[in-house]
Design a protein around this ligand. Structure first.
Ligand code: PXL
Length: 276
C-alpha cells in the first residue's frame, strides 16, 4: 500500500522552502504527500516585503473534514508553523487521522545561524514548539533551534560531538523519540548528529562543506529523511545519510550553476536520485 504523509508547512511562492520542497521530495520517494498549508507567503522570509497570510483559522475544519472523509496517515511531518495554535493542530491531526503506528516528524523551524526567524515573536511560540517536540517520534533541529528548545543562548551553543550528544539526550529525556541535529561543522566538513533513545543508536555523519549558505536546506534535509524513513523503511542512520548526501549534491550542483543563494538549492533536476 502506498504510504500517506501530511506535510504541515507554509507555502512560499518563491524561494524554495517548506511545501515547495516537501511535496516534490515526498512524491519522488513514492509517498502520497497531503499538504496542510500553515500560511501562504509570497516568498520565504529572507526576501524583503513578503506577504504573509496565516491559515490557523481554517485548519480545525480542514482536519475535521479529513477525519470525516477517512484520511488515514502513515506520517505527520511538520515544519514552519504560522502560530502557537498550529502546534496543537499538528497533534490533533495525528490524533484524528494518524494510523496507530503513524510517525510524527517535527522540524522545529525557528531560526538559523544564531538568529530566530521573524515568526518566533514570543516565548509562547518557543514553548509551544517545545511541547510539540515532546510528543514527536523524530525531531530535526539545527543548532540554533536546539538552543531555543533547550533555553540556551544561541551564541553560546557548542558544536562539539560531546556537547551535541548531551543536547540530543536531553531533548529525548524531555520526550522526543529521536533527535537529528543538522548543520554541524567539523574541520571544514558539515554534517549531522543523531540519537535514538529507544535503541540507543548514536552517531555523527560529516561530508564536504559547500561554502555557500542556501535557505531551505533544512527543509530539504527533513523531507528526504521523512521520505526515507516512511517511504523506504530505512533506519534512522540510513535516512540521515540519504538526507545529508542529497542536500550536499544539490548544494554542489547549485553552486556550479551559480544561481543567487537566496533562491535556495536547485533540487529539481536531481529529484530522480530519490526515486526507487
Ligand atoms: O526554511 C525554513 C522556512 C520555511 N518557511 C518560511 C521561511 C523559512 C526560512 O526562512 O521563511 C516562510
Amino acid at each position: 500500500m502506498q504510504r500517506k504523509v501530511a506535510a504541515f508547512h507554509d507555502i512560499s511562492g518563491f524561494g524554495r522552502c517548506a511545501l515547495t520542497i516537501a511535496i516534490p521530495v515526498l512524491a519522488a520517494g513514492g509517498i502520497q504527500c497531503c499538504p496542510v498549508p500553515s500560511a501562504v507567503l509570497s516568498a520565504h522570509t529572507a526576501f524583503k516585503g513578503v506577504t504573509f497570510r496565516d491559515l490557523t483559522c481554517d485548519i480545525d475544519a480542514f482536519i475535521k473534514n479529513w477525519s470525516e472523509i477517512g484520511v488515514q496517515l502513515d506520517g505527520i511531518y511538520s515544519g514552519y508553523l504560522g502560530s502557537e495554535k498550529q502546534m496543537e493542530q499538528v497533534l490533533a491531526l495525528k490524533r484524528l487521522c494518524g494510523k496507530d503506528n503513524s510517525l510524527l516528524i517535527v522540524d522545529p523551524v525557528m531560526g538559523d545561524n544564531g538568529k530566530a526567524y521573524s515568526i518566533v515573536g514570543t516565548e509562547g511560540y518557543i514553548e509551544g514548539m517545545r511541547s510539540l517536540c515532546r510528543s514527536a517520534d523524530v525531531i530535526t533541529p539545527n543548532l540554533t533551534e536546539c538552543a531555543l528548545l533547550l533555553g540556551i543562548d544561541p551564541d553560546s551553543i557548542e558544536n562539539s560531538r560531546e556537547a551535541v550528544t548531551g543536547y540530543m539526550k536531553e531533548l529525548c529525556e524531555r520526550g522526543a523519540g529521536a533527535v537529528v541535529v543538522t548543520g554541524l561543522t567539523e574541520n571544514d566538513k558539515v554534517g549531522a548528529g543523531f540519537y535514538d533513545a529507544e535503541s540507543g543508536t548514536l552517531g555523527f555523519l560529516f561530508h564536504e562543506l559547500i561554502p555557500v549558505y542556501y535557505p531551505g536546506t533544512g527543509d530539504l534535509f527533513t523531507s528526504v529523511l521523512t521520505s526515507s524513513l516512511i517511504g523506504k523503511d530505512r533506519t534512522l542512520e540510513q535516512a540521515v545519510s540519504d538526507a545529508a548526501l542529497f542536500v550536499k549534491e544539490c548544494a554542489e550542483y547549485t553552486k556550479e550553476q551559480g544561481t543567487p543563494s537566496i533562491e535556495g538549492v536547485q533540487f529539481e533536476k536531481l529529484l530522480y536520485k530519490l526515486i526507487g
